[in-house]
Write a protein that binds this ligand. Sequence first.
Ligand code: COA
Length: 260
Amino acid sequence: MVFQNLLIENKERIRYIIINRESKLNALNKDTLAELHTAIDEAFSSSKVGGIIITGAGQKAFVAGADIAEFAGLGADEGRQLARQGQTTVFDLIENGNKPVIAAVNGFALGGGLELAMACHIRVASDNAKMGLPEVTLGLVPGYGGTQRLTQLVGKGKALEMIMTADMITAAEAYQYGLVNHVVSQEELLAKAEEILNKILLRAPLAIASAITAINAGMRDGVNGFETEIEEFSKCFGTQDFKEGVSAFLAKRKPDFKGE
Ligand code: COA
């Protein structure tokens, strides 16, 4: 599949999705979001792909936000449509995916860029990365889930401070707040993301999908995460992977999971 704004690479079972608009600091315009939807959807349904790493092209930015140039002239209805469409087709799609998605944050992750990283299951940042939700400087609020996911990750007080001041934070601060899982040098960034993903890929794929579903359920209003956990736990007993995991343990050998 050929994209105008993304580079796709494969490294064994890892699918790299690289946002490739370096001259605009990888800002997410409409076309890039549409391509991201297609690329993520395809990766989730491909049997060759075990997990995804999303990163930005170049050394300077992961994604410096939604493309501000496309905001000019929009009204309230178009704004609603933009946020709803983006949330459903890209950000929620990633969060609810059946495969692990890691954001390798290699520089600025601002606005929609930080929202993209936050929709991923795990974030690894390079030590030069800067993160923030500066939408109020434009007279806006975050629209791709930022008010909700930042609050879930760092708590209400820090989320309110970051969103209302529009301040950028460093990778070290993001680590301290629990916004990113690891901070490493830029040279080590992809290796660290791969190391984590390769470890996950040794585990039972259907159990990983169940873990994502159950953990996400606890974040939803009106959904009892404990009940979801019971259902997902029960589902796991019906898989070949469960039989393989237990037999391998009892036979003192490494399991060979097929995701079945
Ligand atoms: N949307 C559209 N274009 C963007 C962009 C965005 N979110 N972020 C950066 N760009 C473009 C710039 O307009 C510039 O394009 P040009 O060379 O055609 O003029 C190019 O990317 C390089 O950015 P520049 O601002 O010159 O780099 P810098 O190093 O001086 O500053 C930032 C880097 C990230 C601090 C600055 O680009 C910035 O504040 N970007 C907007 C961040 C933001 O508010 N994001 C939230 C959007 S909701």
